[in-house]
Design a protein. Structure first.
Lengths: 102, 658, 202
């Protein structure tokens, strides 16, 4: 594709990223929060690949690959955590898990 | 040169002996006991007296060119001939010798007296330590050849007086009195320091270049090149010096501390408030005569203040009922005469009176101490009476001293007082007025001196206490007797070898001639006729006073007492209330200061200063509390923060890359 | 910009909105899956075939399956209506602002050289050829020097080029990521194990 698609694709990536951030902000279910994080990672992948394509560098795809691996391992650990929390019988609400408060 | 070394060594010894005594008494006295202190205290002063005699011999024997010796012990700051120069100098000349003889001689007798007086006091080691410190301070003051050290000695004297007046510190009145004395003298200290600075800044040499030195010989030599006669600068300097002298010598208006200073032990009153410290002001003006001669206005002021104080103190002394206070006001009055003398330029006359006054005033105080001791620490003369029969020797000495004070012929005080009054007739246009005031002072002096004697020693005992009075022991009696004898013969000894009627010529004056001969303001001798006339009138005035007192208080003639009772109410009122000076100072100085301090404490401190400091801390605490609100513990809030800052970074990136 | 790119882009956006909007958790998960698929298509259009495959297999196929399993097991249920509080407003503002800002930045060429022309092949005049290492190692059939240019990569094959890079230049990161996966697996097993004493907390 030609160069003029470039800003649109980056804009799309940014939009999806910010939507993921919005999701992290306003959703209370930790699973959905997690999914929003995944959304953000996907958006970043798109940005990487787009840049790689239009700047003629292979490194974009490589890095996107690394992101996928990291996302996968993060999901594993995160879901294990959520499962543990669920097992203690607490409500699945992010607002209740506020032990870090001063 | 060996002379300089010898004199330097002697001066050093003179200064060191009391210091050693002070340290020994202070540090070891408590441990080594009363006997140790009783020997070391007076002993240090005795040795100092011996050294002083040696110095006297040296100075007398020296030829006229070497009468004044300045020894520089060490250079502290020396930045060249036109830079700042400060060093520890000692000046020894006849004036110094007179002072140190009196200080150590009379001081020694008072120390001996103190041995007996403080017999039952547990703090005797501290007492002698302070007394020795005082002797040292006074010696430093008179020996100092550099104004810096004079000021140091000046301040140390004030300190010693504070320590000694407040010696019985468990008594609140003593503490207050000591504070009052010290604060008043600090005013004088400040004036003295400012004067020193002014001299330092304005001193010029013959070539017109500035000399930054306050070494006394340098100052006096170069004064003629630096200050124009009668200029504002020198007048200001001399007025400041005079203020310093007034503070130290308890002259108006800085006189209120002296009567209260009687809270200290009687030997302290004898030493400090009769013989030595209060005369430091006289010494200062005499020493700085070169400068005073250049400022006639200052001289006039000094003379007026001196005579005015003499009059005022005489009036007050007439109505006081505390034996020590009467003598204190008498001191104030006589020093007023001395100040008057040095104010009109009769320096040798003033110093002569200083010598005789030291003798008979110390005597009077010590005799009063004997009386107080005998009366079991009672000082009110209205409760005394008839003590003469029980304390014969003390009474005799007291009479000798009182007659000397009153200026009765052949007693010591007569010679010196008439000397002053003789000069008073010739100096300046306004001076005959002061001469007449001096006559009134003579009358008053006779009045109160004989009144005191009559009320205390004669008449019937007014209470039970005088009945058991008795003479004190040797240590308290002998100094009194010695001084009693001296007050009879001293005048004759000093004056007789010359001429009885040669007023200004006496041993002291010829001795001190080299010091004052260069003074341009020295008043010329009165002619023989004038002098004789003044002598006669002055003597008659004194006799009138004495006679009137005898009639009123000794013989208790009713007509005389009627006259006294008929006096307008005002005069006794003023006299009794000491001319309301204490009340005046209280209202003008003390109350506003207290009010200001109280306001500061109540309002300024908590609201302004404390408030600001606490306000700052409160501000920080509040800020930190507000910041802590960010940590809600909710992940979502933290994420919000991150998002906001991500947006900020984007914006910044845009701005940068634009 | 051809029509396919536009349509797929819009659909990806819609599914992303869906992820954050649906009340029910499972709908969110399914939206995410569709989003990933659309992104995979975009990757294809961007000449990243290998990555597109990886996206579908690993991301949509493994990670999302995990998600769906957990949702099914835990049955978290629906949320209440979200409060439109300050956070929401801040997020909304941020979404719009950042998107538009970045779009303009990129559109003005802030992120790359303005005068650059996208080179599709080394044969073009101004395009410099740099050797494609992976192609050499991978015993590519084309003996000549290849470049990163899309047309040349097309010719050589995307998988070969990516694989070549992965196992030569980026070998260390690759090994580290395998270690990372290993650690994650251990962690997950540890976190969720049952205690041998058995007492299962409710």
């Amino acid at each position: 594709m030609s160069l003029d698609a470039f800003p649109w694709l980056i804009g799309l990536s940014t939009a999806i990223f910010m939507l993921g951030a919005l999701g992290v902000l306003i959703r209370r279910n930790p699973l959905v929060v997690f999914m929003s994080i995944e959304l953000m990672l996907n958006a970043v992948n798109l940005a990487f690949v787009t840049f790689g394509r239009f700047l003629n560098s292979e490194d974009g795809q490589i890095f996107a690959f690394m992101v996928v691996v990291v996302a996968a391992s993060e999901v594993v650990v995160g879901l294990a955590l959520i499962t543990t929390v669920f097992r203690t019988g607490r409500d699945l609400d992010v607002d209740d898990l506020s032990e870090m408060r001063e | 040169m060996t002379n300089v070394v010898l004199m330097g060594g002697l001066a050093g010894a003179l200064l060191l002996l009391p210091v050693i005594g002070c340290l020994l008494n202070g540090l070891l006295g408590d441990r080594l006991g009363r006997r140790f202190v009783n020997w070391v205290g007076p002993g240090a002063v005795a040795l100092a007296f011996v050294v002083a005699v040696i110095i006297l011999v040296q100075v007398v024997g020296a030829d006229s060119a070497h009468k004044t010796i300045t020894v520089r012990f060490w250079d502290w700051i020396n930045l060249g001939p036109n830079g700042l120069q400060l060093g520890f100098d000692v000046t020894i000349d006849p004036l110094t010798v007179v002072m140190i003889m009196v200080i150590t001689g009379v001081g020694f007798l008072i120390h001996v007296y103190s041995v007996g007086y403080m017999e039952h006091d547990p703090d005797v080691a501290r007492f002698f330590s302070y007394m020795n410190l005082f002797i040292f301070s006074m010696l430093l003051l008179v020996l100092a050849g550099d104004m810096l050290w004079l000021i140091v000695g000046w301040a140390l004297v004030a300190l010693s007086s504070y320590l000694l007046i407040g010696f019985w510190w468990r008594r609140p009145s003593a503490v207050v009195a000591a504070r009052k004395a010290f604060i008043t003298q600090v005013i004088g200290d400040v004036a003295l320091v400012i004067a020193a600075f002014m001299i330092l800044v304005n001193l010029r040499g013959q070539d017109g270049r500035g000399i930054f030195s306050i070494s006394l010989p340098t100052v006096f030599y170069n004064a003629q090149f630096s200050f124009a006669h009668g200029s504002v600068v020198i007048t200001a300097i001399c007025i400041l010096l005079a203020v310093g002298a007034f503070a130290k010598s308890a002259q108006f208006p800085l006189h209120t501390w002296l009567p209260d200073a009687m809270e200290g032990p009687t030997p302290v009153s004898a030493l400090i408030h009769a013989a030595t410290m209060v005369t430091a002001g006289v010494y200062l003006i005499a020493r700085f005569h070169t400068l005073f001669d250049l400022a006639p206005i200052a001289q006039g002021m000094v003379a007026c203040v001196g005579m005015g104080t003499a009059l005022m103190a005489g009036v007050i002394a007439l109505s006081q009922v505390d034996i020590k206070r009467v003598i204190a006001y008498s001191t104030m009055s006589q020093i007023g005469l001395m100040i008057f003398a040095v104010g009109i330029g009769a320096y040798t006359a003033g110093m002569f009176h200083f010598v005789t006054h030291a003798v008979f005033k110390a005597l009077l105080f010590m005799a009063a101490g004997n009386v107080i001791h005998a009366m079991n620490d009672e000082q009110d003369i209205r409760l005394m009476g008839g003590l003469g029969d029980r304390m014969r020797n003390t009474e005799r000495a007291f009479i000798a001293g009182s007659l000397a004070l009153a200026g009765i012929p052949i007693f010591a005080g007569w010679f010196s007082k008439e000397d002053i009054l003789g000069f008073g007739t010739v100096a300046g246009p306004a001076i005959p007025a002061l001469f007449i005031v001096g006559l009134i002072v003579n009358v008053l002096t006779g009045l109160y001196a004989i009144r005191l004697w009559a009320v205390v020693f004669r008449g019937e005992p007014q209470t039970a206490r005088p009945f058991q009075a008795h003479e004190p022991g040797r240590t308290m009696l002998w100094p009194v007797m010695i001084l009693g004898g001296l007050s009879v013969v001293l005048g004759i000894v000093i004056q007789w070898p010359f001429q009885i009627l040669g007023f200004s010529a006496h041993f002291l004056s010829s001795f001190m001639d080299p010091v004052f001969s260069s003074a341009t303001g020295v008043v010329t001798e009165p002619s023989t006729f004038r002098g004789a006339l003044a002598l006669a009138i002055g003597t008659i005035a004194s006799l009138i006073g004495v006679g009137a007192a005898v009639r009123i208080w000794y013989e208790k003639k009713p007509q005389a007492q009627e006259v006294v009772a008929r006096l307008p109410r005002l005069l006794p009122q003023l006299s009794w209330h000491k001319f309301y000076f204490d009340e005046l100072y209280d209202a003008v100085l003390v109350r506003p200061s207290r009010a200001a301090a109280s306001t500061a404490r109540r309002i300024l401190e908590p609201r302004v200063f404390d408030g600001w400091v606490r306000g700052v801390t409160q501000l920080f605490a509040d800020i930190s509390i507000d910041f802590r609100g960010v940590e809600t513990g909710l992940i979502r809030d933290y994420a919000t923060g991150m998002l906001i800052f991500a947006g900020v970074f984007v914006a910044v990136g845009y701005l940068i890359t634009r | 910009m051809n029509a396919l790119t536009a349509i797929v882009g819009v659909l990806a956006l819609i599914s992303a909105i869906g992820v954050v909007s649906f009340r029910s958790t499972i709908y969110c998960a399914l939206s995410l899956v569709t989003n990933m698929v659309f992104l995979a298509v975009l990757f294809l259009l961007l000449n990243a075939q290998f990555l597109a495959a990886v996206q579908v297999i690993i991301y949509a196929g493994a990670v999302m399956v995990l998600f769906v399993f957990i949702i099914a097991l835990l049955s978290p249920g629906a949320e209440d209506t979200p409060r439109l509080d300050l956070r929401f407003l801040v997020g909304l503002v941020a979404v719009f602002y950042v998107t538009l800002q970045i779009f303009f930045l990129v559109g003005n060429g802030s992120t790359y050289q303005k005068g650059a022309v996208a080179c599709t092949s080394a044969a073009q005049q101004q395009c410099v050829k740099t050797p494609l290492r992976g192609a050499q190692v991978g015993q590519v059939s084309q003996p000549q020097q290849l470049s990163y240019f899309p047309d040349d990569v097309d010719a050589a094959g995307n998988v070969q080029t990516v694989g070549g890079q992965l196992f030569t230049t980026f070998l260390v990161p690759f090994e580290i990521t395998s270690l990372l996966l290993f650690v994650a697996a251990i962690g997950a097993v540890y976190l969720t194990r049952h205690h041998l004493t058995g007492a299962r907390r409710t």
